[in-house]
Write a protein that binds this ligand. Structure first.
Ligand SMILES: CCCCCCCCCCC/C=C/C(=O)SCCNC(=O)CCNC(=O)[C@H](O)C(C)(C)COP(=O)(O)OP(=O)(O)OC[C@H]1O[C@@H](n2cnc3c(N)ncnc32)[C@H](O)[C@@H]1OP(=O)(O)O
Length: 386
């Protein structure tokens, strides 16, 4: 979120605007002019430079305008004023001119590093290229990852698994506050692309199953470890792994057209995405068993009643209502959201990684079973659909 310097400066130095106005203009030198420009530049910073830098700016500003620290030392419990006093006092007898120069240098380094970061003006849609199966955009603090194989109902092929991991890793490091996963077209996702089973390497199906278990474990691990609020915008039916990983999202919004289907037994497979743990916690063992063992397909309303979905919206107003909410979330302080997520999720992480490892190892065996092979062959020979 953009931070206006007057807000920044006022917080750290309440007398900032007054001091600025009463500067001795007659004594203006080139470096005084640079100093004033730098103060203006601070106002244009689009990204909060962090408390440490703000303290440095405050201290250098005070030193440049008032000389060595002349405030009484605040009490130990007056944390903010104590931090400011410490920062200023540390500058000792640094000459005003040097402080001014240091302030200008610091602002200049901030401007180049923060401006060249991937900060996006509200309304500017920054589109990431280099994805074959996804559309990834960043706008107004929201990174949006769209599954983009609508002709295949957004089935997740091996390339898409890798690209989703890449997009999540990039989103975890970019300057967005929240990340959204959604689907293009009428489906959210039809789950694992069943043609993934057809590309058998020279090492045979055992090697394929082993590599797939490694891929799946890494894929689910990215969701377990994702540090920012992660929101699913479920625009239509969701199947298989696209449903199970919802238990690792922070919020799930669904259109009333969406359905939630995990037909693992029908496919000779077993639950993944940590659903053998998260679904039990979310909806209790009986409802989780109906879904994960008996393949009961839930409507959006049912999924909401069972806690898997946060809120359901009529399809006609789905996008409008959801994006209004998301835009408001994206304006909240990003660090607070990230830390709150950490507090909520961290104690479960180790458990989730253990569950993930166990589910992948069970699936590795399942993929080699006749039950699974027959189900895949039936789908691929168009003998069966869900
Ligand atoms: C050794 C093992 C290696 C495997 C690698 C594993 C990696 C990790 C695996 C993680 C485990 C995940 C498990 C799951 O996700 S289980 C769920 C799997 N999904 C399905 O079973 C859905 C299958 N699809 C369907 O039943 C129907 O397509 C569907 C009901 C979704 C839609 O039906 P509809 O009639 O509306 O549309 P079409 O069937 O005509 O579909 C349009 C085209 O899309 C293709 N399609 C759709 N879904 C898939 C899919 N999951 N896999 C592959 N292809 C899919 C469909 O074939 C159509 O294509 P064409 O137009 O070319 O015919």
């Amino acid at each position: 979120m953009a931070i206006a310097a007057w807000r920044l400066a006022q917080r750290w130095c309440p007398s900032f605007p007054v001091v600025q106005l009463h500067m001795n203009r007659a004594a203006m030198t080139a470096s005084q002019k640079d100093f004033e420009n730098a103060m203006n530049q601070v106002k244009l910073l689009k990204k909060d430079p962090g408390n440490e830098v703000k303290l440095k700016l405050y201290a250098l500003y005070k030193q440049a305008t008032e000389g060595p620290c002349n405030m009484p030392k605040p009490g130990v419990f007056d944390l903010i004023n104590k931090a400011k006093w410490d920062a200023w006092n540390t500058l000792g007898s640094l000459p005003k001119e040097t402080a001014r120069q240091n302030y200008v240098d610091l602002v200049s380094s901030l401007s180049s590093s923060l401006e060249s970061s991937s900060q996006v003006e509200p309304g500017t849609d920054r589109k990431s290229t280099g994805y074959e199966t996804l559309m990834v955009t960043s706008e107004g603090g929201i990174t949006k990852i769209t599954l983009n194989r609508p002709a295949k109902k957004n089935a997740i092929n091996v390339e898409m698994y890798h690209e989703i991991m890449r997009a999540l890793k990039a989103a975890s490091k970019d300057d967005s506050s929240i990340t959204v996963l959604t689907g293009n077209g009428d489906y959210y996702s039809s789950g694992n692309d069943l043609t993934n089973f057809t590309d058998i390497p020279p090492g045979g199906v055992e090697e394929k199953a082993k590599n797939s278990a490694i891929l799946l474990r890494e894929f689910v691990g990215c969701f377990i470890d994702f540090p920012k609020p992660l929101i699913a915008v479920v625009n239509g039916p969701a199947v298989g792994i696209s449903v199970t990983i919802l238990g690792l999202f922070d919020v799930v919004y669904a259109s009333d057209r969406a359905t939630f289907h995990t037909p693992f037994s029908h496919l000779g497979q077993s639950p993944e995405g940590c659903s053998s743990y998260t679904f039990l916690k979310i909806m209790g063992p009986a409802k989780a068993t109906e879904m994960l063992v008996f393949g009961k397909k839930l409507t959006a309303g049912e999924a909401c009643a069972q806690g898997l979905v946060t809120a359901v919206f009529p399809d006609s107003t789905f996008q409008k209502e959801v994006w209004t909410r998301l835009k408001a979330f994206a304006k909240l302080p990003p660090n607070a959201m990230r830390i709150s997520k950490e507090v909520i999720r961290n104690r479960e992480k180790e458990k989730l990684h253990a569950v993930n490892a166990e589910e992948c190892s069970v699936l590795q065996e399942r993929w080699l079973s006749d039950e699974c092979m027959n189900a895949v062959v039936n789908f691929l020979s168009r003998k069966s659909k869900l």
